[in-house]
Write a protein that binds this ligand. Structure first.
Ligand code: LLP
Length: 446
């Protein structure tokens, strides 16, 4: 069971200390909860470092490659800085993410700007700061960007996002490569090749390569081979038209193990598989191996996150389920309600005890769908116990909401026994910071 837990439990082969308390990053979780309060996101930085190193190893057989961290998985000022320190590039999808990255001192030339509807202001900033690559999603954006760059007297290094027509086996809400997706330029009816020709002809546009992303939380690798074949075929068509494309970005999507039954490919398998598929496609289409980019998000930070909750009400429905409610829920982890995501948890202060009862773990939000885990076997729970839900590092903090006016959680990073704040806990004052009462409503008799 160890392998489904957050990273540190794997690295130190130590899940708990003598007191029976869960340990993450060398920190006793019971102490973390009393120091920082609950609910709390814990970020295990050594786990991320290990994941990044594993990715580098896995891709090292490629002649040239770049790892671009997908910031949408988890981005704060501190995390942006941490990823920059690790030497990664960064994928941003909005002016807000770009602002965060630049404010953290992320080198602009290592930033890739994605998105299917970038605004003029966003593109303007990207050109202004000399962003690494703008990943252009559609023809409207392509011409618009060319115009904007001409007006500003700048050039844009771009990649074209292609919709390769491959359906990855994952939840339909996180599939993106299928034909008729909202993302990218379709391969159908020569649209991709026509777009490449247009891009190559437009002023102030330097077309560097192609981008694709077929989905997220993908377990089986076959869809990547299909995608590589489609993309390399397009590159060969471009070459035949005299347009050399030296870069191919394969997006992110590698899945992680949330629960015991999950069987994602490992990062090593992923790297080996990509290299083989790329070499055979390069041979088939008589192309030189392009520089390869990958954009992992979840597989770099997912397992590094653990959410610590305090258990409150415990309710046994006679003839039905036993519910244990925690002090967070769908506001800090909307993935269960959105994607039927499943998680594993332990009782952080009772690690020495065996599971003896089945619980459904729910949150404190006013929705029946506010369930974190359906039917999990745990030691007998009492109010005040601490529940640690594993693998919440990706798409939890970034997708959190203030539903029910519940403040968002802080993030602490743990490293070899010490913990530091990455994001402060939101306060009630923060919830109303932008609220205004129109003057007229303050007068009597409205
Ligand atoms: N590159 C592009 C262009 C993407 O759209 C994404 C994710 C990634 C890279 C990173 O994918 P990853 O390696 O993390 O799978 N909110 C959903 C996931 C949405 C993913 C959106 N795009 C979830 O919680 O499962």
């Amino acid at each position: 069971m160890l392998h489904v837990w957050g990273g540190t439990t794997l690295n130190y082969k130590e899940t708990h200390n003598k007191a029976g308390h869960l340990v993450i990053g060398g920190c006793d979780v019971v102490k973390l909860a009393s120091q920082w309060g609950t609910p709390l996101y814990v970020f295990d930085e050594e786990e991320v470092v290990n994941s990044v190193n594993t990715f580098r190893d896995a891709l090292s057989s490629l002649p040239d490659y770049e790892i671009i961290y997908a910031g949408k998985a988890l981005l704060t000022l501190g995390i942006a800085r941490f990823m920059a320190n690790l030497g990664l590039s960064l994928d941003v999808v909005s002016g807000g993410e770009l602002y965060m990255a630049l404010t953290a001192g992320f080198p602009p030339e290592k930033i890739y700007f994605h998105g299917n509807n970038k605004t003029a202001a966003e593109l303007d900033t990207a050109l202004e700061v000399g962003i690494g690559r703008i990943v252009v999603d559609n023809l409207y954006e392509l011409e618009f960007l060319s115009d904007l760059a001409r007006k500003k007297g700048r050039s844009a290094d771009i990649m074209l996002r292609i919709m390769p027509g491959v359906e990855a086996h994952t939840h339909s809400y996180i599939q993106t490569g299928q034909l008729d997706s909202k993302f990218g330029i379709s391969v159908a009816n020569n649209q991709a090749v026509d777009a490449i020709k247009l891009a190559a002809s437009l002023p102030r546009i330097n077309l560097r390569g192609l981008h694709c992303h077929i989905g997220s939380q993908i377990f089986e690798l076959a869809s990547y081979a299909k995608t590589i074949d489609v993309m390399m075929a397009i590159m060969a068509n471009a070459k035949a038209a005299g347009i050399m494309l030296p870069e191919l970005d394969l997006g992110g999507g590698l899945g992680i193990k949330y629960i015991t039954g999950d069987q994602p490919a490992s990062t090593q398998e992923f790297g080996k598989f990509l290299a083989e598929a790329l070499h055979s496609a390069a041979a088939k289409y008589e192309l030189e191996m392009p520089k390869i980019m990958v954009e992992p998000g979840r597989s770099l930070v997912g397992a590094a996150g653990t959410t610590i909750y305090r258990v409150g009400s415990i309710k046994e429905n006679k003839g039905g389920r036993t519910y244990a409610a925690v002090d967070g829920g769908m506001g800090d982890n909307p993935r269960v309600a959105l994607y039927q995501a499943r998680y594993h948890a332990v009782v952080a202060n009772k690690m020495g005890q065996s599971p003896e009862k089945t619980y459904t773990i729910v949150g404190k939000y006013c929705e029946s769908g506010d369930v974190l885990i359906n039917n999990i076997q745990l030691p007998r729970l009492e109010p005040g116990d601490l529940l640690a839900v594993f693998c919440t590092g990706a798409y939890n903090y970034t997708m959190a909401s203030n539903y029910n006016a519940i403040p968002r959680l802080p993030i602490v990073t743990v490293y070899r026994g010490s913990s530091d704040l990455v994001v402060e806990r939101e306060q009630y004052q923060d919830l109303i910071r932008l609220h205004r009462i129109p003057e007229r409503w303050l007068k009597d008799g409205v």
